[in-house]
Design a protein around this ligand. Structure first.
Ligand code: AHG
Ligand code: MN
Ligand code: MN
Ligand code: MN
Length: 320
Protein backbone atom coordinates (compact mmCIF):
# COMPACT_ATOMS: atom_id res chain seq x y z
CA UNK A 1 0.00 0.00 0.00
CA UNK A 2 1.59 3.28 -1.11
CA UNK A 3 0.43 5.39 1.83
CA UNK A 4 1.72 2.83 4.33
CA UNK A 5 5.05 2.60 2.58
CA UNK A 6 5.37 6.35 2.95
CA UNK A 7 4.63 6.15 6.67
CA UNK A 8 7.13 3.39 7.35
CA UNK A 9 9.94 4.50 5.03
CA UNK A 10 10.98 7.54 7.05
CA UNK A 11 12.84 10.14 5.03
CA UNK A 12 14.75 12.00 7.73
CA UNK A 13 16.47 15.26 6.90
CA UNK A 14 19.88 13.57 7.31
CA UNK A 15 19.00 10.77 4.92
CA UNK A 16 17.55 13.26 2.46
CA UNK A 17 20.64 15.46 2.45
CA UNK A 18 22.99 12.48 2.17
CA UNK A 19 21.05 11.33 -0.90
CA UNK A 20 21.03 14.82 -2.36
CA UNK A 21 24.78 15.22 -1.87
CA UNK A 22 25.69 11.76 -3.16
CA UNK A 23 27.12 13.36 -6.30
CA UNK A 24 29.73 15.14 -4.16
CA UNK A 25 31.31 12.25 -2.24
CA UNK A 26 34.25 14.36 -1.07
CA UNK A 27 32.09 16.90 0.77
CA UNK A 28 28.83 15.21 1.59
CA UNK A 29 30.01 13.98 4.98
CA UNK A 30 31.14 17.46 6.04
CA UNK A 31 27.98 19.14 4.86
CA UNK A 32 25.77 16.55 6.54
CA UNK A 33 27.64 16.94 9.83
CA UNK A 34 27.31 20.73 9.64
CA UNK A 35 23.60 20.43 8.94
CA UNK A 36 23.05 18.00 11.79
CA UNK A 37 24.53 20.58 14.18
CA UNK A 38 22.15 23.25 12.83
CA UNK A 39 19.28 20.79 13.25
CA UNK A 40 20.33 20.17 16.86
CA UNK A 41 20.16 23.91 17.54
CA UNK A 42 16.67 24.04 16.00
CA UNK A 43 15.47 21.14 18.16
CA UNK A 44 16.81 22.85 21.26
CA UNK A 45 15.10 26.16 20.46
CA UNK A 46 11.88 24.33 19.63
CA UNK A 47 11.86 22.69 23.07
CA UNK A 48 12.78 25.95 24.83
CA UNK A 49 10.00 27.85 23.01
CA UNK A 50 7.47 25.20 23.99
CA UNK A 51 8.52 25.48 27.64
CA UNK A 52 7.53 29.15 27.53
CA UNK A 53 10.88 30.72 28.46
CA UNK A 54 10.70 34.51 28.41
CA UNK A 55 11.99 36.58 25.52
CA UNK A 56 15.27 37.85 26.89
CA UNK A 57 16.41 34.44 28.02
CA UNK A 58 15.36 32.76 24.78
CA UNK A 59 17.21 35.26 22.57
CA UNK A 60 20.50 34.81 24.39
CA UNK A 61 20.05 31.09 24.96
CA UNK A 62 19.30 30.33 21.30
CA UNK A 63 22.33 32.27 20.15
CA UNK A 64 24.63 30.46 22.58
CA UNK A 65 23.30 27.08 21.56
CA UNK A 66 23.82 27.75 17.85
CA UNK A 67 27.31 29.20 18.29
CA UNK A 68 28.43 26.25 20.40
CA UNK A 69 26.81 23.66 18.14
CA UNK A 70 28.38 25.23 15.03
CA UNK A 71 31.86 25.56 16.54
CA UNK A 72 31.79 22.00 17.89
CA UNK A 73 30.80 20.64 14.48
CA UNK A 74 34.41 21.24 13.45
CA UNK A 75 33.14 22.27 10.02
CA UNK A 76 32.88 26.06 10.35
CA UNK A 77 35.36 28.94 10.24
CA UNK A 78 33.28 32.14 10.47
CA UNK A 79 29.90 32.65 12.11
CA UNK A 80 27.75 35.75 11.81
CA UNK A 81 24.77 35.99 14.17
CA UNK A 82 22.15 38.70 14.44
CA UNK A 83 22.74 38.65 18.18
CA UNK A 84 26.51 39.35 18.04
CA UNK A 85 27.94 42.61 16.83
CA UNK A 86 31.21 40.97 15.80
CA UNK A 87 31.64 37.87 13.68
CA UNK A 88 33.00 34.77 15.45
CA UNK A 89 36.24 33.38 14.00
CA UNK A 90 36.55 29.74 14.93
CA UNK A 91 39.90 28.74 16.51
CA UNK A 92 42.20 26.89 14.07
CA UNK A 93 41.91 23.49 15.81
CA UNK A 94 38.14 23.44 15.28
CA UNK A 95 38.08 25.05 11.87
CA UNK A 96 36.28 23.76 8.79
CA UNK A 97 35.51 25.29 5.38
CA UNK A 98 31.94 26.54 5.90
CA UNK A 99 30.77 30.00 6.95
CA UNK A 100 27.34 30.20 8.58
CA UNK A 101 25.22 33.36 8.84
CA UNK A 102 22.13 33.12 11.02
CA UNK A 103 19.38 34.80 12.98
CA UNK A 104 18.96 32.46 15.96
CA UNK A 105 15.56 33.79 16.95
CA UNK A 106 13.68 35.88 14.43
CA UNK A 107 10.47 37.62 15.42
CA UNK A 108 11.51 37.71 19.05
CA UNK A 109 9.09 40.52 19.92
CA UNK A 110 6.36 37.92 19.32
CA UNK A 111 7.62 35.40 21.89
CA UNK A 112 5.67 36.56 24.91
CA UNK A 113 2.30 36.23 23.13
CA UNK A 114 2.94 32.80 21.63
CA UNK A 115 3.06 33.83 17.96
CA UNK A 116 5.29 31.78 15.60
CA UNK A 117 8.97 32.64 15.58
CA UNK A 118 11.91 31.03 13.81
CA UNK A 119 15.59 30.59 13.07
CA UNK A 120 17.04 31.62 9.68
CA UNK A 121 20.40 30.45 8.30
CA UNK A 122 22.60 30.61 5.24
CA UNK A 123 25.77 28.66 4.44
CA UNK A 124 28.76 29.78 2.37
CA UNK A 125 31.97 27.98 1.59
CA UNK A 126 35.39 29.66 1.98
CA UNK A 127 36.67 30.56 -1.46
CA UNK A 128 40.03 28.81 -1.05
CA UNK A 129 42.43 27.85 1.68
CA UNK A 130 43.63 30.99 3.44
CA UNK A 131 43.29 32.78 6.76
CA UNK A 132 39.55 33.48 7.11
CA UNK A 133 38.59 37.15 6.78
CA UNK A 134 35.28 39.01 6.81
CA UNK A 135 35.36 38.94 3.00
CA UNK A 136 34.48 35.25 3.18
CA UNK A 137 31.03 36.16 4.51
CA UNK A 138 30.61 39.37 2.51
CA UNK A 139 29.70 37.39 -0.59
CA UNK A 140 26.57 37.92 -2.69
CA UNK A 141 23.62 35.71 -1.73
CA UNK A 142 23.86 33.80 -5.01
CA UNK A 143 27.09 32.25 -3.70
CA UNK A 144 25.27 30.56 -0.82
CA UNK A 145 25.48 26.76 -0.92
CA UNK A 146 22.39 26.30 1.19
CA UNK A 147 19.82 28.28 3.12
CA UNK A 148 16.83 27.56 5.29
CA UNK A 149 14.68 28.40 8.24
CA UNK A 150 13.01 26.57 11.07
CA UNK A 151 9.61 27.80 12.23
CA UNK A 152 8.51 27.21 15.79
CA UNK A 153 4.76 27.24 15.36
CA UNK A 154 1.91 24.84 15.91
CA UNK A 155 4.45 22.33 14.66
CA UNK A 156 8.18 22.70 14.15
CA UNK A 157 8.95 22.97 10.43
CA UNK A 158 12.36 23.15 8.78
CA UNK A 159 12.52 24.39 5.20
CA UNK A 160 15.81 23.83 3.39
CA UNK A 161 17.41 24.35 0.01
CA UNK A 162 20.85 23.14 -0.99
CA UNK A 163 20.39 24.71 -4.42
CA UNK A 164 18.33 21.86 -5.87
CA UNK A 165 14.81 23.02 -5.03
CA UNK A 166 13.15 23.50 -1.66
CA UNK A 167 12.00 20.81 0.76
CA UNK A 168 10.10 21.00 4.05
CA UNK A 169 10.56 18.72 7.07
CA UNK A 170 8.40 18.49 10.18
CA UNK A 171 9.78 17.56 13.59
CA UNK A 172 8.25 14.35 14.89
CA UNK A 173 8.63 14.94 18.63
CA UNK A 174 8.34 11.26 19.50
CA UNK A 175 11.24 10.41 17.16
CA UNK A 176 13.16 13.64 17.65
CA UNK A 177 13.68 13.65 13.88
CA UNK A 178 12.72 16.00 11.08
CA UNK A 179 10.77 13.98 8.51
CA UNK A 180 10.20 15.05 4.89
CA UNK A 181 6.59 16.28 4.73
CA UNK A 182 6.74 18.94 1.99
CA UNK A 183 8.81 17.59 -0.92
CA UNK A 184 9.83 19.96 -3.74
CA UNK A 185 7.94 23.09 -2.67
CA UNK A 186 7.01 25.39 -5.56
CA UNK A 187 5.50 28.81 -4.89
CA UNK A 188 2.32 29.58 -6.90
CA UNK A 189 3.17 31.76 -9.94
CA UNK A 190 0.79 34.45 -8.72
CA UNK A 191 -0.78 34.95 -5.29
CA UNK A 192 -3.77 36.54 -3.63
CA UNK A 193 -2.04 37.81 -0.48
CA UNK A 194 0.24 40.76 0.28
CA UNK A 195 2.17 41.05 3.51
CA UNK A 196 3.63 44.34 4.77
CA UNK A 197 3.68 46.59 7.84
CA UNK A 198 1.24 49.22 6.57
CA UNK A 199 1.87 51.36 9.65
CA UNK A 200 4.92 52.65 7.76
CA UNK A 201 2.87 53.76 4.71
CA UNK A 202 3.23 57.49 5.36
CA UNK A 203 6.99 57.21 4.75
CA UNK A 204 6.98 54.87 1.73
CA UNK A 205 8.38 55.79 -1.69
CA UNK A 206 6.29 56.07 -4.87
CA UNK A 207 6.57 52.52 -6.27
CA UNK A 208 5.85 50.83 -2.93
CA UNK A 209 2.81 53.09 -2.34
CA UNK A 210 1.54 52.46 -5.87
CA UNK A 211 2.01 48.73 -5.52
CA UNK A 212 0.11 48.43 -2.23
CA UNK A 213 -2.63 50.69 -3.61
CA UNK A 214 -2.96 48.33 -6.58
CA UNK A 215 -3.28 45.35 -4.20
CA UNK A 216 -6.34 47.02 -2.65
CA UNK A 217 -7.80 48.72 -5.73
CA UNK A 218 -6.70 46.64 -8.73
CA UNK A 219 -7.15 48.48 -12.02
CA UNK A 220 -7.20 45.36 -14.21
CA UNK A 221 -10.58 44.08 -13.02
CA UNK A 222 -9.04 41.39 -10.77
CA UNK A 223 -10.09 40.93 -7.12
CA UNK A 224 -8.22 42.84 -4.41
CA UNK A 225 -5.53 40.88 -2.54
CA UNK A 226 -5.93 39.91 1.11
CA UNK A 227 -3.57 41.37 3.70
CA UNK A 228 -1.77 39.07 6.14
CA UNK A 229 1.03 40.33 8.38
CA UNK A 230 2.31 38.51 11.42
CA UNK A 231 5.48 40.54 12.03
CA UNK A 232 7.62 37.39 12.19
CA UNK A 233 9.57 37.14 8.95
CA UNK A 234 9.80 33.35 9.14
CA UNK A 235 6.04 32.94 9.54
CA UNK A 236 5.20 35.57 6.91
CA UNK A 237 7.65 34.07 4.41
CA UNK A 238 6.52 30.51 5.16
CA UNK A 239 2.92 31.41 4.37
CA UNK A 240 4.05 33.24 1.22
CA UNK A 241 6.02 30.19 0.07
CA UNK A 242 3.11 27.78 0.56
CA UNK A 243 0.14 29.95 -0.47
CA UNK A 244 1.82 32.41 -2.84
CA UNK A 245 1.71 36.20 -2.85
CA UNK A 246 4.25 38.80 -1.86
CA UNK A 247 6.09 39.76 1.33
CA UNK A 248 7.61 43.21 1.46
CA UNK A 249 9.75 45.16 3.88
CA UNK A 250 10.41 48.23 1.77
CA UNK A 251 12.61 51.26 2.29
CA UNK A 252 10.95 54.27 3.87
CA UNK A 253 11.97 57.84 4.67
CA UNK A 254 12.98 56.87 8.20
CA UNK A 255 14.78 53.65 7.18
CA UNK A 256 16.19 54.13 3.68
CA UNK A 257 17.49 50.53 3.70
CA UNK A 258 14.40 49.00 5.21
CA UNK A 259 14.73 46.95 8.37
CA UNK A 260 15.74 43.42 7.46
CA UNK A 261 19.36 42.33 7.48
CA UNK A 262 20.98 41.20 4.24
CA UNK A 263 23.14 38.28 5.36
CA UNK A 264 20.82 36.29 7.62
CA UNK A 265 17.32 37.50 6.70
CA UNK A 266 17.18 38.79 3.12
CA UNK A 267 19.64 36.35 1.48
CA UNK A 268 18.42 33.03 2.91
CA UNK A 269 14.77 33.88 2.23
CA UNK A 270 15.60 35.15 -1.28
CA UNK A 271 17.56 31.96 -1.99
CA UNK A 272 14.57 29.82 -0.94
CA UNK A 273 12.15 31.93 -3.00
CA UNK A 274 14.20 31.60 -6.17
CA UNK A 275 14.67 27.88 -5.59
CA UNK A 276 10.88 27.55 -5.25
CA UNK A 277 10.29 29.39 -8.54
CA UNK A 278 9.62 32.84 -7.10
CA UNK A 279 11.68 36.04 -7.14
CA UNK A 280 13.34 38.41 -4.68
CA UNK A 281 14.07 42.06 -5.48
CA UNK A 282 15.54 44.94 -3.46
CA UNK A 283 13.92 47.81 -5.35
CA UNK A 284 17.14 48.14 -7.35
CA UNK A 285 18.34 44.66 -8.24
CA UNK A 286 17.91 40.92 -7.83
CA UNK A 287 18.39 40.47 -4.08
CA UNK A 288 20.91 37.62 -4.47
CA UNK A 289 23.19 39.85 -6.62
CA UNK A 290 23.70 42.34 -3.81
CA UNK A 291 27.28 42.41 -2.50
CA UNK A 292 27.19 43.30 1.21
CA UNK A 293 29.92 45.52 2.65
CA UNK A 294 29.04 45.13 6.35
CA UNK A 295 27.90 42.01 8.18
CA UNK A 296 24.79 43.62 9.65
CA UNK A 297 23.85 45.60 6.53
CA UNK A 298 20.14 46.06 5.76
CA UNK A 299 18.26 46.11 2.46
CA UNK A 300 14.68 46.65 1.31
CA UNK A 301 13.11 43.39 0.14
CA UNK A 302 10.19 42.33 -2.04
CA UNK A 303 9.88 38.57 -2.37
CA UNK A 304 7.34 35.95 -3.34
CA UNK A 305 5.37 34.73 -6.35
CA UNK A 306 7.06 35.33 -9.70
CA UNK A 307 4.29 37.47 -11.20
CA UNK A 308 3.71 39.55 -8.09
CA UNK A 309 7.40 40.47 -7.78
CA UNK A 310 7.46 41.16 -11.54
CA UNK A 311 4.82 43.86 -10.96
CA UNK A 312 6.83 45.68 -8.28
CA UNK A 313 9.94 45.46 -10.50
CA UNK A 314 7.94 47.12 -13.27
CA UNK A 315 6.90 49.97 -10.96
CA UNK A 316 10.51 50.60 -9.84
CA UNK A 317 11.72 50.50 -13.45
CA UNK A 318 9.04 53.04 -14.45
CA UNK A 319 10.32 55.42 -11.74
CA UNK A 320 13.74 55.86 -13.33
P1 AHG B 1 14.26 40.15 15.02
O1 AHG B 1 13.22 39.64 15.97
O2 AHG B 1 15.25 39.08 14.67
O3 AHG B 1 14.94 41.40 15.49
O4 AHG B 1 13.55 40.48 13.61
C1 AHG B 1 12.23 40.94 13.54
C2 AHG B 1 11.90 41.30 12.12
C3 AHG B 1 11.21 40.25 11.29
O5 AHG B 1 10.96 39.04 11.90
C4 AHG B 1 9.92 40.89 10.88
O6 AHG B 1 9.65 40.62 9.53
C5 AHG B 1 10.12 42.33 11.14
O7 AHG B 1 11.07 42.43 12.15
C6 AHG B 1 8.87 43.04 11.56
O8 AHG B 1 9.14 44.40 11.69
P2 AHG B 1 8.00 45.47 12.02
O9 AHG B 1 7.61 45.26 13.45
O10 AHG B 1 8.70 46.80 11.78
O11 AHG B 1 6.86 45.26 11.06
MN1 MN C 1 16.90 40.74 17.64
MN1 MN D 1 15.34 38.81 12.63
MN1 MN E 1 16.69 37.72 15.90
Amino acid sequence: HAADAHRTDLMTITRFVLNEQSKYPESRGDFTILLSHIVLGCKFVCTAVNKGEDQKKLDVLSNEVFIKALVSSGRTCILVSEEDEEATFVEPAKRGKYCVVFDPLDGSSNIDCGVSIGTIFGIYMMKDVHEPTLDDVLQPGKNMLAAGYCMYGSSCTLVLSTGKGVNGFTLDPSLGEFILTHPDIKIPKKGKIYSVNEGNAKNWDGPTSKYVESCKFPKDGSSPKSLRYIGSMVADVHRTLLYGGIFLYPADKKSPNGKLRVLYEVFPMSFLMEQAGGQAFTGKERALDLVPTKIHERAPIFLGSYDDVEEIKRLYAAEE
